[in-house]
Design a protein around this ligand. Sequence first.
Ligand code: HEC
Length: 346
Amino acid sequence: MRPPPARWALPLLAMLAWSGTALAQGLSGTVRSAEEGPMGGVLVNARAAGSTITVTVVTDAEGRFAFPAGRLPAGPTELSVRAAGWDLAGPEKVELTAAPVTAALILNPATEPAMQLSNAEWIASLPGGDADNHFLQNCTNCHTLKQPLFSDHDAKEFVEVQLRMASYAQASSLLRPQVLLQDRVANQSAAAQAARRKVFERQAAYLAQHNLWQKEGFDFRLTPFPRPSGRATRMVVTEYDLPETTRQPHDVIVTADGMVWYNSFTEQVLGRLDPKTGETREWMVPTLKPDSPKGSLALRADRDGNLWMGLSYQGGVARFDPRTETFRMYPLPARLNRDSTQTTEV
Ligand code: HEC
């Protein structure tokens, strides 16, 4: 006769704990710099060597940080920080053990502060107002503002760059450019095309005035946002790397069994992540229109546990049954299915 589940579950858990990596008791410490002394609002990231999981906490007003006990495995652990304008001088590694460990982090002024600005910090730092640089927000749909700002294009080249950017599907990234099939511009009237070029010329002039064309460095002040303070420092963020850097989860959902499901905005991929271990499994979503941009947008689970995806430019919907690990595809009828058709929400 089989023993009831409760009796074998305990030894099994104990065995797993023995064979798996022991959890560290905790890691705490301080962050300081010669310039500021104790530094509040610094994001401190810890990642076990070889792991795909990064845990982040933030220093309080006195520059103290603490990772909750049991969040990080024992063993060699890599440390890094995020504080715009600052580099971590050290230590970059600590050895976590079953006993609590402390680390005293020292920061130096960043050697390349411009590399550390977020898109929002670039826009806030750039000269002019919203009317001049609002358009930069569109660029960040696909990549950071480092691409245009660190470039040395002149205004003429920038018009060509912008025409090329406008030829890409939203489902593009630097690693996966995807060209739109239908030529939206060719279908526009000559007047509309001329008006569009005028807008691009104005934006191109702005970009060529503020990028590195004929300049060694930026001639405006780079102003990082104030670091987090107060309640904004009381958080723990856990990040999970996905198997490929091209993955762009548009939707991430958690199903009743605690598993995390994700899709990729630019690829025919459905993935499952176990948040306890960071382990992932992926399935290739069948392609409906080989010449159209790939990728999916919405991802939802139904009551029976099937996953449903809107296939964007693939013009259809996919259903995945996790029990049989099979897809059932629902292409749109031909009369609705053009090059420009997108099925986003499901
Ligand atoms: C729909 C997606 C998308 C948008 C929106 C977009 N880009 Fe890009 N961008 C790309 C891709 C993909 C690449 C890499 C392939 C390439 O260079 O064509 C790229 C590369 C670049 C580069 C580096 C290559 C070069 O020619 O110098 C610059 C500069 C650039 N983009 C500027 C811009 C600007 C400025 C905007 C906003 C006005 C913008 N992009 C908006 C997709 C986009």
